[in-house]
Design a protein around this ligand. Structure first.
Ligand SMILES: Cc1cc2nc3c(=O)[nH]c(=O)nc-3n(C[C@H](O)[C@H](O)[C@H](O)COP(=O)(O)O)c2cc1C
Ligand code: SF4
Length: 437
């Protein structure tokens, strides 16, 4: 099996697989119709653990391990919640996946439900993804009609229902505990952890939150075996990743590639982004929360968790944003500051106030009103986000700002210098020594 050509999550793209009959012709629902119910819950969790699959929503937590944390000995229902909020700037893979291949998500969810002893799942979808929500609802009703969902599936005694829940478009509702609050009809604000959702999540019941792409990898793993999946990736993390590549490339879009693919191959190969437009200046490798890489760092980066960590950034959600030499880093970071300050849920003072400070300093630098010491202030605020907030929203802004300033400092300084020069020339043009003596 060539590792370059294997597609796990995007194999059915462009084939009309949102229709259940097409999905079945392409081999879909084969696990649910055959071997799934012969396997015990623990055997499935073991398979997922051996595959090396890690969560594709951003944090990269091992999926099988997360599933193993869900207790089975409580008298409470177990819920599965699909995180389809997809609000991280630069990320646009999940709604493509759901639109192109919704039945694969339903199949992955059914396998997860069997493994976790759950009979109810919610798909929490960003409210703006209207056509995606329609596609999902249509696919779910087809699955009910085909006996793939509902009571006593295939006469096995196993019953499972899926509900689609529309979010209201807040980035923070992608954080799993804010998402659960929002699902319950409360304010979308993150909860303090522990307890973690696996133990006490939706309606205080054990809840497994997984990303769309994570669950869509499950049918392939069951069909082809955990070793085959693991072999697609690196030694430390198995499988493929669906990357969304945007910015200064010839073919921006959604591409699936093996974990560990060199970043430059992803940007230049005709099977992926097809080449960089202009001269490369930097890449944000995994969504706006991930520190930027310089062009030099990009040359040695491979797209996996370890390589990203060694370059002091993160793999994130696989949102690769490409920036060429014509781009000005000051307005770019200012936009990020605007976004994070706007999306702060307001619970923690360092985030509520600090993100606003960072935003205002960046706005003033960009307006040509920056002062000496502004950059130090941003760096110091960024440090103070660390470990002082309930969720990683503010620390993400801190990490992103620090990397931008450390790696492209001269651009920020030149804005501040222009303000200094402006002031100096104003003083010299109004200062007429003769007026004083
Ligand atoms: C501010 C914030 C936004 C997030 N947005 C998303 C999102 O849109 N989709 C997602 O799957 N995970 C998102 N996450 C990560 C989730 O909290 C969680 O780790 C993930 O859904 C778990 O699924 P996985 O293990 O399958 O990756 C976000 C985290 C934070 C802190
Ligand atoms: S860090 Fe920000 S977004 Fe996260 S809980 Fe605190 S205030 Fe809310």
């Amino acid at each position: 099996m060539s590792t370059e050509t294997v597609k796990v999550c995007t194999a059915n793209f462009g084939k009309g697989a949102s229709d259940i009959s097409v999905y079945k012709q392409l081999g879909g629902y084969s696990c649910v119709s055959s071997k799934l119910f012969d396997l015990s819950q623990f055997e499935i969790i073991d398979i997922v653990q051996r595959s090396g699959l890690r969560g594709r929503g951003g944090a990269g937590f091992p999926t099988g391990l997360k599933w193993s944390f869900v207790p089975r000995n409580t008298d409470k229902p177990v819920y599965i919640v699909v995180n389809a909020d997809e609000g991280e700037p630069g990320t646009f893979k999940d709604h493509f996946l759901m639109k192109e291949d919704p039945h694969r998500l339903i199949e992955g969810l059914t396998i997860a439900a069997w493994a976790l002893g759950s009979r109810t799942a919610y798909i929490y979808v960003r409210g703006e993804f209207l056509s995606c929500i329609e596609t999902l609802n249509k696919a779910i009703s087809e699955a009910y009609q085909a006996g793939m969902l509902g009571e006593n599936i295939g006469g096995t005694g196993f019953s499972f229902d899926i509900f689609v829940h529309r979010g209201a478009g807040a980035y923070i509702c992608g954080e799993e505990t804010a998402l659960i609050n929002s699902l319950e009809g409360k304010k979308g604000q993150p909860r303090l952890k522990p307890p973690f959702p696996a133990v006490s999540g939706a309606w205080n019941s054990p809840t497994c939150v997984n990303n769309v792409e994570t669950l869509m990898a499950i049918p392939w793993i069951l069909e082809n075996g955990p070793e085959a999946y693991a072999a697609l990736g690196t030694l430390q993390a198995g499988g493929t990743k669906v990357f969304c590549i945007s910015g200064d490339v010839k073919k921006p879009g959604v591409y699936e590639a093996p974990l560990g693919v060199p970043l430059m191959e992803l940007l230049n190969s005709p099977q992926y982004a097809g080449g960089i437009e202009g001269k490369l200046k930097g890449v944000i490798p995994g969504g706006s929360s991930c520190p930027i890489l310089t062009a030099e760092e990009c040359e040695k980066a491979t797209m996996d968790y370890e390589s990203m960590a060694s370059l002091k950034t993160m793999f994130g959600s696989g949102a690769v944003m490409v920036i060429n030499e014509t781009r000005d880093m000051v307005p770019l970071l200012k936009s990020l500051g605007n976004f994070y300050a706007h999306e702060s849920c307001g619970q923690c003072t360092p985030c509520r106030d600090g993100a606003g400070y960072v935003q205002r300093i960046l706005q003033s630098i960009h307006k040509g009103e920056g002062h000496e010491g502004d950059l130090e202030l941003i760096l110091s605020l960024s440090e103070q986000f660390d470990g002082t907030t309930i969720c990683p929203l503010a620390p993400s802004l801190g990490m992103a700002s620090t990397a931008f300033i450390q790696k492209y400092r001269s651009e920020f300084e030149s804005y501040i210098q222009k303000n200094k020069d402006k002031k100096a020339s104003r003083i010299s043009s109004t200062f007429r020594p003769g007026a004083f003596w």
